[in-house]
Ligand binder design. Sequence first.
Ligand SMILES: [Fe+2]
Length: 425
Amino acid sequence: MKTETKITLIYLLFGFLWITLTDNIFFLFNDYAELYSAIHTYKGWFFIIITAVVFYFILHKAMEKVRAQNQALLESYEQLEADHEEFMALNEEIMLKNQELNEGKERLHKIMDLVPHLIFAKDSTGKFLLVNKAVASLYGKTPAELVGKKHVELHDNISPEELEVFLATDQKVLEKNEPVLIEEEYITDINGHTRIYITKKIPFKYSESIEKAILGVAVDITELKKSEQLIRAYHQKEEKFREELILSVSSLLEIHDSYTRDHSRNVAILAKRLAEELSLDQEEIEYAYWTGIVHDIGKILVPLEILNKKGRLDEEEFKIIKKHPEWGYQSLARSELLSDIASYVLYHHERWDGKGYPEGLNGKDIPLVAQIIALADTWDAMCSDRPYRKALDKETAMEEIYRNKGTQFNPALVELFLKIITEFY
Ligand SMILES: [Fe+2]
Protein backbone atom coordinates (compact mmCIF):
# COMPACT_ATOMS: atom_id res chain seq x y z
CA MET A 1 0.00 0.00 0.00
CA LYS A 2 1.24 3.44 -0.94
CA THR A 3 2.24 5.87 1.82
CA GLU A 4 -0.34 8.53 0.75
CA THR A 5 -3.16 5.91 0.94
CA LYS A 6 -1.97 4.83 4.38
CA ILE A 7 -1.87 8.48 5.62
CA THR A 8 -5.34 9.22 4.21
CA LEU A 9 -6.80 6.06 5.77
CA ILE A 10 -5.16 6.83 9.15
CA TYR A 11 -6.48 10.42 8.89
CA LEU A 12 -10.01 9.19 8.13
CA LEU A 13 -9.89 6.61 10.93
CA PHE A 14 -8.49 9.11 13.41
CA GLY A 15 -11.14 11.74 12.40
CA PHE A 16 -14.07 9.31 12.69
CA LEU A 17 -12.75 7.94 16.00
CA TRP A 18 -12.18 11.45 17.35
CA ILE A 19 -15.68 12.66 16.47
CA THR A 20 -17.41 9.47 17.65
CA LEU A 21 -15.42 8.93 20.84
CA THR A 22 -15.42 12.57 21.99
CA ASP A 23 -19.21 12.91 21.31
CA ASN A 24 -19.94 9.70 23.27
CA ILE A 25 -17.73 10.85 26.15
CA PHE A 26 -19.52 14.21 26.16
CA PHE A 27 -23.00 12.55 26.34
CA LEU A 28 -21.87 10.57 29.39
CA PHE A 29 -21.88 13.92 31.12
CA ASN A 30 -25.09 15.44 29.62
CA ASP A 31 -25.41 17.79 32.54
CA TYR A 32 -23.43 20.23 30.42
CA ALA A 33 -25.71 20.15 27.32
CA GLU A 34 -25.62 23.94 27.09
CA LEU A 35 -21.78 23.66 26.64
CA TYR A 36 -22.11 21.18 23.80
CA SER A 37 -21.89 23.81 21.06
CA ALA A 38 -18.79 25.50 22.57
CA ILE A 39 -17.06 22.16 23.26
CA HIS A 40 -17.89 21.01 19.77
CA THR A 41 -16.12 24.09 18.41
CA TYR A 42 -13.05 23.59 20.65
CA LYS A 43 -13.00 19.90 19.73
CA GLY A 44 -12.96 20.93 16.02
CA TRP A 45 -10.16 23.46 16.67
CA PHE A 46 -8.17 20.87 18.60
CA PHE A 47 -8.59 18.36 15.78
CA ILE A 48 -7.49 20.94 13.24
CA ILE A 49 -4.45 21.94 15.33
CA ILE A 50 -3.41 18.31 15.88
CA THR A 51 -3.90 17.35 12.23
CA ALA A 52 -2.14 20.60 11.13
CA VAL A 53 0.87 19.68 13.33
CA VAL A 54 0.87 16.12 12.01
CA PHE A 55 0.49 17.34 8.41
CA TYR A 56 3.23 19.88 8.98
CA PHE A 57 5.68 17.14 10.02
CA ILE A 58 4.62 14.84 7.23
CA LEU A 59 4.82 17.62 4.64
CA HIS A 60 8.07 18.90 6.09
CA LYS A 61 9.61 15.44 5.83
CA ALA A 62 8.25 14.94 2.32
CA MET A 63 9.42 18.39 1.17
CA GLU A 64 12.90 17.83 2.63
CA LYS A 65 13.08 14.64 0.64
CA VAL A 66 11.91 16.44 -2.52
CA ARG A 67 14.39 19.30 -1.92
CA ALA A 68 17.23 16.78 -1.40
CA GLN A 69 16.20 14.98 -4.59
CA ASN A 70 16.06 18.31 -6.42
CA GLN A 71 19.53 19.17 -5.17
CA ALA A 72 20.86 15.77 -6.26
CA LEU A 73 19.12 16.19 -9.57
CA LEU A 74 20.65 19.62 -10.00
CA GLU A 75 24.09 18.32 -9.15
CA SER A 76 23.62 15.41 -11.59
CA TYR A 77 22.53 17.83 -14.23
CA GLU A 78 25.59 20.02 -13.63
CA GLN A 79 27.81 16.94 -13.76
CA LEU A 80 26.08 15.87 -16.93
CA GLU A 81 26.63 19.30 -18.42
CA ALA A 82 30.33 19.18 -17.45
CA ASP A 83 30.63 15.66 -18.89
CA HIS A 84 28.92 16.80 -22.04
CA GLU A 85 31.35 19.69 -22.41
CA GLU A 86 34.27 17.34 -21.84
CA PHE A 87 32.81 14.91 -24.34
CA MET A 88 32.37 17.67 -26.89
CA ALA A 89 35.98 18.81 -26.37
CA LEU A 90 37.19 15.21 -26.69
CA ASN A 91 35.08 14.74 -29.77
CA GLU A 92 36.57 17.87 -31.30
CA GLU A 93 40.07 16.61 -30.50
CA ILE A 94 39.27 13.24 -32.10
CA MET A 95 37.87 15.00 -35.15
CA LEU A 96 41.06 17.06 -35.35
CA LYS A 97 43.27 13.99 -34.97
CA ASN A 98 41.19 12.16 -37.53
CA GLN A 99 41.54 15.06 -39.91
CA GLU A 100 45.31 15.11 -39.31
CA LEU A 101 45.41 11.34 -39.87
CA ASN A 102 43.45 11.66 -43.09
CA GLU A 103 45.71 14.48 -44.24
CA GLY A 104 48.73 12.34 -43.32
CA LYS A 105 47.29 9.40 -45.25
CA GLU A 106 46.60 11.63 -48.21
CA ARG A 107 50.15 13.03 -48.08
CA LEU A 108 51.56 9.48 -47.85
CA HIS A 109 49.51 8.41 -50.88
CA LYS A 110 50.68 11.48 -52.82
CA ILE A 111 54.32 10.71 -51.99
CA MET A 112 53.82 7.02 -52.86
CA ASP A 113 52.25 8.03 -56.16
CA LEU A 114 55.26 10.20 -56.99
CA VAL A 115 57.57 7.17 -56.64
CA PRO A 116 58.05 5.50 -60.05
CA HIS A 117 58.67 2.08 -58.46
CA LEU A 118 55.94 -0.38 -57.46
CA ILE A 119 54.82 -0.03 -53.81
CA PHE A 120 52.14 -2.33 -52.44
CA ALA A 121 50.80 -3.96 -49.29
CA LYS A 122 48.93 -7.28 -49.25
CA ASP A 123 47.20 -9.28 -46.54
CA SER A 124 47.81 -12.97 -45.84
CA THR A 125 45.17 -14.02 -48.40
CA GLY A 126 46.95 -12.09 -51.17
CA LYS A 127 44.47 -9.20 -51.33
CA PHE A 128 45.88 -5.74 -51.94
CA LEU A 129 45.56 -3.43 -48.93
CA LEU A 130 47.16 -0.48 -50.64
CA VAL A 131 49.01 0.24 -53.88
CA ASN A 132 50.59 3.29 -55.49
CA LYS A 133 49.80 4.65 -58.95
CA ALA A 134 52.72 2.76 -60.52
CA VAL A 135 51.13 -0.59 -59.52
CA ALA A 136 47.62 0.51 -60.49
CA SER A 137 48.63 1.76 -63.95
CA LEU A 138 50.39 -1.57 -64.57
CA TYR A 139 46.96 -3.19 -64.39
CA GLY A 140 45.01 -0.31 -66.02
CA LYS A 141 43.18 0.64 -62.83
CA THR A 142 43.18 3.31 -60.11
CA PRO A 143 44.76 2.51 -56.73
CA ALA A 144 41.28 2.45 -55.12
CA GLU A 145 40.03 -0.09 -57.68
CA LEU A 146 42.90 -2.42 -56.89
CA VAL A 147 42.38 -2.50 -53.13
CA GLY A 148 40.65 -5.71 -52.04
CA LYS A 149 41.59 -7.58 -55.23
CA LYS A 150 44.02 -10.50 -55.69
CA HIS A 151 46.67 -10.83 -58.41
CA VAL A 152 44.73 -13.58 -60.15
CA GLU A 153 41.72 -11.28 -60.54
CA LEU A 154 43.67 -8.52 -62.31
CA HIS A 155 43.97 -9.78 -65.89
CA ASP A 156 44.34 -12.94 -67.97
CA ASN A 157 47.92 -12.34 -69.12
CA ILE A 158 49.50 -13.39 -65.82
CA SER A 159 51.22 -16.74 -66.41
CA PRO A 160 50.97 -19.57 -63.82
CA GLU A 161 54.76 -19.28 -63.24
CA GLU A 162 54.47 -15.57 -62.50
CA LEU A 163 51.60 -16.20 -60.12
CA GLU A 164 53.52 -19.01 -58.44
CA VAL A 165 56.41 -16.62 -57.65
CA PHE A 166 53.99 -14.03 -56.20
CA LEU A 167 52.31 -16.55 -53.93
CA ALA A 168 55.40 -18.56 -52.93
CA THR A 169 57.38 -15.47 -51.92
CA ASP A 170 54.39 -14.00 -50.04
CA GLN A 171 54.06 -17.28 -48.16
CA LYS A 172 57.77 -17.32 -47.35
CA VAL A 173 57.62 -13.79 -45.91
CA LEU A 174 54.62 -14.67 -43.73
CA GLU A 175 55.91 -18.06 -42.56
CA LYS A 176 59.46 -16.98 -41.73
CA ASN A 177 58.44 -13.47 -40.68
CA GLU A 178 61.50 -12.04 -42.36
CA PRO A 179 62.21 -10.02 -45.53
CA VAL A 180 62.67 -11.77 -48.88
CA LEU A 181 64.61 -10.36 -51.84
CA ILE A 182 63.59 -11.53 -55.33
CA GLU A 183 66.49 -10.60 -57.58
CA GLU A 184 64.59 -11.22 -60.82
CA GLU A 185 60.80 -11.12 -60.78
CA TYR A 186 58.83 -11.15 -64.02
CA ILE A 187 55.66 -9.01 -63.93
CA THR A 188 53.26 -8.81 -66.86
CA ASP A 189 51.08 -5.71 -67.37
CA ILE A 190 47.51 -5.62 -68.67
CA ASN A 191 48.80 -5.31 -72.27
CA GLY A 192 50.80 -8.52 -71.94
CA HIS A 193 54.21 -6.82 -71.72
CA THR A 194 56.51 -8.53 -69.24
CA ARG A 195 59.21 -6.56 -67.45
CA ILE A 196 61.87 -7.61 -64.94
CA TYR A 197 61.86 -6.27 -61.39
CA ILE A 198 64.02 -6.61 -58.29
CA THR A 199 61.54 -6.94 -55.44
CA LYS A 200 61.88 -6.75 -51.68
CA LYS A 201 59.01 -8.05 -49.55
CA ILE A 202 58.88 -7.25 -45.83
CA PRO A 203 56.50 -8.61 -43.14
CA PHE A 204 54.63 -5.92 -41.17
CA LYS A 205 51.54 -5.25 -39.05
CA TYR A 206 49.07 -3.29 -41.16
CA SER A 207 46.46 -2.56 -38.46
CA GLU A 208 44.95 -3.92 -35.23
CA SER A 209 42.74 -6.27 -37.24
CA ILE A 210 45.34 -7.17 -39.91
CA GLU A 211 48.38 -8.29 -37.95
CA LYS A 212 50.12 -10.18 -40.77
CA ALA A 213 50.70 -8.25 -43.96
CA ILE A 214 53.40 -7.88 -46.63
CA LEU A 215 54.92 -4.59 -47.75
CA GLY A 216 56.56 -4.80 -51.16
CA VAL A 217 58.75 -2.50 -53.22
CA ALA A 218 59.70 -3.49 -56.79
CA VAL A 219 62.14 -1.64 -59.02
CA ASP A 220 62.07 -2.10 -62.80
CA ILE A 221 65.48 -3.43 -63.90
CA THR A 222 64.53 -4.45 -67.45
CA GLU A 223 66.80 -1.85 -69.08
CA LEU A 224 69.61 -2.68 -66.63
CA LYS A 225 69.31 -6.36 -67.56
CA LYS A 226 69.46 -5.47 -71.27
CA SER A 227 72.60 -3.41 -70.61
CA GLU A 228 74.09 -6.30 -68.65
CA GLN A 229 73.43 -8.63 -71.59
CA LEU A 230 75.09 -6.17 -73.97
CA ILE A 231 78.10 -5.83 -71.66
CA ARG A 232 78.31 -9.63 -71.32
CA ALA A 233 78.15 -10.04 -75.10
CA TYR A 234 80.81 -7.35 -75.47
CA HIS A 235 83.06 -9.14 -72.95
CA GLN A 236 82.52 -12.45 -74.73
CA LYS A 237 83.52 -10.80 -78.02
CA GLU A 238 86.52 -9.19 -76.36
CA GLU A 239 87.52 -12.54 -74.85
CA LYS A 240 87.14 -14.25 -78.22
CA PHE A 241 89.15 -11.50 -79.88
CA ARG A 242 91.90 -11.95 -77.28
CA GLU A 243 91.92 -15.71 -77.78
CA GLU A 244 92.10 -15.31 -81.56
CA LEU A 245 94.86 -12.74 -81.19
CA ILE A 246 96.88 -15.08 -78.98
CA LEU A 247 96.32 -17.99 -81.36
CA SER A 248 97.37 -15.81 -84.32
CA VAL A 249 100.52 -14.76 -82.51
CA SER A 250 101.31 -18.34 -81.51
CA SER A 251 100.67 -19.56 -85.05
CA LEU A 252 103.48 -17.25 -86.18
CA LEU A 253 105.84 -19.20 -83.97
CA GLU A 254 104.46 -22.50 -85.28
CA ILE A 255 105.28 -21.38 -88.82
CA HIS A 256 108.77 -20.47 -87.66
CA ASP A 257 109.40 -23.55 -85.55
CA SER A 258 107.11 -26.51 -86.25
CA TYR A 259 108.26 -28.28 -83.06
CA THR A 260 106.46 -25.70 -80.89
CA ARG A 261 103.03 -26.52 -82.40
CA ASP A 262 102.14 -29.39 -80.11
CA HIS A 263 104.53 -28.32 -77.38
CA SER A 264 102.73 -25.01 -76.69
CA ARG A 265 99.34 -26.74 -76.51
CA ASN A 266 100.67 -29.52 -74.28
CA VAL A 267 102.21 -27.01 -71.90
CA ALA A 268 98.99 -24.95 -71.89
CA ILE A 269 96.77 -27.96 -71.06
CA LEU A 270 99.11 -29.24 -68.37
CA ALA A 271 99.54 -25.77 -66.83
CA LYS A 272 95.77 -25.29 -66.71
CA ARG A 273 95.30 -28.66 -65.00
CA LEU A 274 97.96 -27.82 -62.43
CA ALA A 275 96.40 -24.39 -61.78
CA GLU A 276 93.01 -26.06 -61.25
CA GLU A 277 94.57 -28.56 -58.84
CA LEU A 278 96.04 -25.63 -56.91
CA SER A 279 92.51 -24.12 -56.71
CA LEU A 280 93.65 -20.85 -58.25
CA ASP A 281 90.88 -18.43 -59.21
CA GLN A 282 89.30 -18.72 -62.65
CA GLU A 283 91.24 -15.77 -64.08
CA GLU A 284 94.62 -17.26 -63.06
CA ILE A 285 93.62 -20.65 -64.47
CA GLU A 286 92.89 -18.93 -67.80
CA TYR A 287 96.19 -17.05 -67.59
CA ALA A 288 98.05 -20.33 -66.98
CA TYR A 289 96.50 -21.78 -70.16
CA TRP A 290 97.20 -18.78 -72.42
CA THR A 291 100.72 -18.29 -71.01
CA GLY A 292 101.33 -21.92 -71.98
CA ILE A 293 100.22 -21.13 -75.56
CA VAL A 294 102.53 -18.12 -75.96
CA HIS A 295 105.36 -18.80 -73.46
CA ASP A 296 107.96 -19.31 -76.23
CA ILE A 297 106.67 -16.59 -78.58
CA GLY A 298 110.02 -14.76 -78.24
CA LYS A 299 111.64 -17.65 -80.12
CA ILE A 300 110.35 -16.08 -83.34
CA LEU A 301 113.41 -13.86 -83.11
CA VAL A 302 115.78 -16.81 -82.62
CA PRO A 303 117.27 -17.90 -85.94
CA LEU A 304 116.09 -21.32 -87.15
CA GLU A 305 119.61 -22.68 -87.45
CA ILE A 306 120.03 -22.15 -83.71
CA LEU A 307 116.59 -23.50 -82.82
CA ASN A 308 117.04 -26.64 -84.93
CA LYS A 309 120.76 -27.18 -84.27
CA LYS A 310 121.44 -30.88 -83.68
CA GLY A 311 124.74 -30.47 -81.83
CA ARG A 312 125.53 -28.59 -78.64
CA LEU A 313 124.88 -24.83 -78.66
CA ASP A 314 127.92 -22.63 -78.19
CA GLU A 315 127.92 -19.84 -75.61
CA GLU A 316 126.85 -17.14 -78.08
CA GLU A 317 123.98 -19.25 -79.43
CA PHE A 318 122.80 -20.08 -75.94
CA LYS A 319 122.87 -16.37 -75.09
CA ILE A 320 120.53 -15.70 -78.03
CA ILE A 321 118.19 -18.53 -76.97
CA LYS A 322 118.07 -17.13 -73.40
CA LYS A 323 116.79 -13.86 -74.81
CA HIS A 324 113.45 -15.37 -75.84
CA PRO A 325 111.56 -14.74 -72.54
CA GLU A 326 112.41 -11.03 -72.68
CA TRP A 327 111.52 -10.76 -76.37
CA GLY A 328 108.24 -12.50 -75.66
CA TYR A 329 107.58 -10.16 -72.73
CA GLN A 330 108.36 -7.07 -74.79
CA SER A 331 105.99 -8.05 -77.57
CA LEU A 332 103.13 -9.02 -75.21
CA ALA A 333 103.48 -6.18 -72.68
CA ARG A 334 102.67 -3.64 -75.40
CA SER A 335 99.21 -5.15 -75.83
CA GLU A 336 96.70 -4.14 -73.15
CA LEU A 337 94.85 -7.40 -73.71
CA LEU A 338 97.95 -9.57 -73.26
CA SER A 339 99.94 -7.57 -70.73
CA ASP A 340 98.60 -9.68 -67.84
CA ILE A 341 100.40 -12.76 -69.06
CA ALA A 342 103.52 -10.93 -70.27
CA SER A 343 105.30 -11.17 -66.88
CA TYR A 344 104.57 -14.91 -66.66
CA VAL A 345 106.23 -15.34 -70.06
CA LEU A 346 109.19 -13.25 -68.84
CA TYR A 347 109.80 -15.52 -65.83
CA HIS A 348 109.09 -18.98 -67.30
CA HIS A 349 112.79 -19.91 -67.24
CA GLU A 350 113.44 -18.76 -63.66
CA ARG A 351 114.45 -21.49 -61.16
CA TRP A 352 113.39 -22.04 -57.55
CA ASP A 353 117.05 -21.84 -56.43
CA GLY A 354 117.59 -18.49 -58.22
CA LYS A 355 119.88 -19.91 -60.95
CA GLY A 356 117.45 -19.31 -63.80
CA TYR A 357 117.12 -16.43 -66.25
CA PRO A 358 116.51 -13.60 -67.20
CA GLU A 359 116.55 -12.01 -63.69
CA GLY A 360 117.62 -14.87 -61.41
CA LEU A 361 114.52 -14.56 -59.19
CA ASN A 362 114.14 -17.27 -56.59
CA GLY A 363 111.50 -19.01 -54.50
CA LYS A 364 108.18 -17.27 -54.12
CA ASP A 365 109.43 -14.14 -55.90
CA ILE A 366 108.73 -16.04 -59.10
CA PRO A 367 105.02 -15.62 -60.02
CA LEU A 368 103.15 -18.88 -59.38
CA VAL A 369 101.84 -19.11 -62.96
CA ALA A 370 105.44 -18.75 -64.22
CA GLN A 371 106.50 -21.60 -61.85
CA ILE A 372 103.68 -23.75 -63.25
CA ILE A 373 104.75 -23.02 -66.85
CA ALA A 374 108.40 -23.84 -66.03
CA LEU A 375 107.37 -27.26 -64.72
CA ALA A 376 104.96 -28.07 -67.57
CA ASP A 377 107.47 -26.78 -70.16
CA THR A 378 110.30 -28.95 -68.84
CA TRP A 379 108.05 -32.01 -68.61
CA ASP A 380 106.77 -31.71 -72.18
CA ALA A 381 110.27 -30.96 -73.52
CA MET A 382 111.61 -34.14 -71.86
CA CYS A 383 108.72 -36.22 -73.21
CA SER A 384 109.17 -34.98 -76.83
CA ASP A 385 111.72 -35.75 -79.52
CA ARG A 386 114.25 -32.95 -80.00
CA PRO A 387 116.66 -32.39 -82.89
CA TYR A 388 119.51 -33.36 -80.57
CA ARG A 389 117.86 -36.25 -78.60
CA LYS A 390 114.95 -38.70 -78.40
CA ALA A 391 112.03 -38.32 -75.96
CA LEU A 392 112.51 -39.70 -72.44
CA ASP A 393 110.09 -42.32 -71.15
CA LYS A 394 107.54 -41.28 -68.52
CA GLU A 395 109.32 -42.88 -65.52
CA THR A 396 112.67 -41.30 -66.40
CA ALA A 397 111.04 -37.90 -66.94
CA MET A 398 109.27 -38.19 -63.56
CA GLU A 399 112.56 -39.10 -61.89
CA GLU A 400 114.19 -36.09 -63.54
CA ILE A 401 111.44 -33.76 -62.28
CA TYR A 402 111.73 -35.26 -58.79
CA ARG A 403 115.51 -34.89 -58.85
CA ASN A 404 115.11 -31.15 -59.48
CA LYS A 405 112.61 -30.68 -56.67
CA GLY A 406 113.76 -27.74 -54.52
CA THR A 407 116.48 -26.71 -57.02
CA GLN A 408 114.80 -26.02 -60.35
CA PHE A 409 111.23 -26.34 -59.13
CA ASN A 410 109.03 -25.41 -56.18
CA PRO A 411 108.98 -28.62 -54.01
CA ALA A 412 105.27 -28.37 -53.21
CA LEU A 413 104.45 -27.91 -56.88
CA VAL A 414 106.53 -30.99 -57.82
CA GLU A 415 104.61 -33.16 -55.34
CA LEU A 416 101.32 -32.03 -56.82
CA PHE A 417 102.58 -32.36 -60.39
CA LEU A 418 103.76 -35.95 -59.92
CA LYS A 419 100.40 -36.78 -58.35
CA ILE A 420 98.37 -35.54 -61.34
CA ILE A 421 100.75 -36.46 -64.18
CA THR A 422 99.46 -40.04 -64.36
CA GLU A 423 96.07 -38.66 -65.47
CA PHE A 424 97.72 -37.35 -68.64
CA TYR A 425 99.94 -40.24 -69.75
FE1 LIG B 1 111.00 -21.18 -73.21
